[in-house]
Design a protein around this ligand. Sequence first.
Ligand code: ZN
Length: 294
Amino acid sequence: MKLSHKTISLPSEGFFYDNELSCGKIQIYPFTAHEEDILSENSSNDYELIDQILKSMIVNDVNIDDLLAVDVDAILLAQRIISYGTSYDVKITCPHCSDENDYSLDLKKITSVDKIYNFSNIIQFENYSIEVVPETWEMRKKCKSKSDTLKNIIKSVTKHNSIDDFVDNRFLSRDAREFRKKYKSIMPELNFSLFTCSCKACDKPMPINLKINRSFFGLTPNYKITLHKEIFNLAYFSEGAFNQDIVYRLPVYLRRFYLNELRTTKEKEKEQSQEGFSPNEKSEGVPRGPFGKK
Ligand SMILES: [Zn+2]
């Protein structure tokens, strides 16, 4: 079975690439059990797992490390929507009264911010200027602190030879704040600011900090058991219509669709046989549990 791919618009609009991504689009395959298997690994190296799924789902022949970090966010966000839908449930503890709030966010609301980009990006200060570059996926993976990030995205500083020394010892915190604001305004960005909400108990505004990382997909090591039960059930109860290999390579949304169809059909068959219709041997062993009773 050949998977059909989906085309995703990149927040960078392709501006910072000199390869096929300069058109501002990238093609991705939908998640299958293979990517779910990777993300539900019992591993503490989240970036390594994300790298594996990016390599497996991106159709274009590009170096993952060269992708802009914001474009990777957009790719993962698009994948989450394609494979699991746009609604995203979060639990937020109110910082004012500690009440627990349940929210369902609509991921479609996260969009790219419209900007006009330049190849040369200079941030001007009173006595000096800083030349910057966008953060790539490789940079994000290596950064362990805010100063690491600064050292990566600063390409040059007038009158300073060492960027490390500038960031560590000479960059005034007032200028650094200003720098972050200006940098944000000239670089591609996803707009999360639409997610504002107020606490149901005290009515005060609460921030929603949505991070697009491994846990964004919610595929914990426990999920692995559910996943393989789903594969087993679809292969076993479809009585040969699907084999394990085919189910493993089905897009997640199709696997779930077929599972639901199979469950509905089996339940109908069971009802009919109980109502006195001709007994149907196939109605035995109606699958339960992992068929996602919703
Ligand atoms: Zn509150």
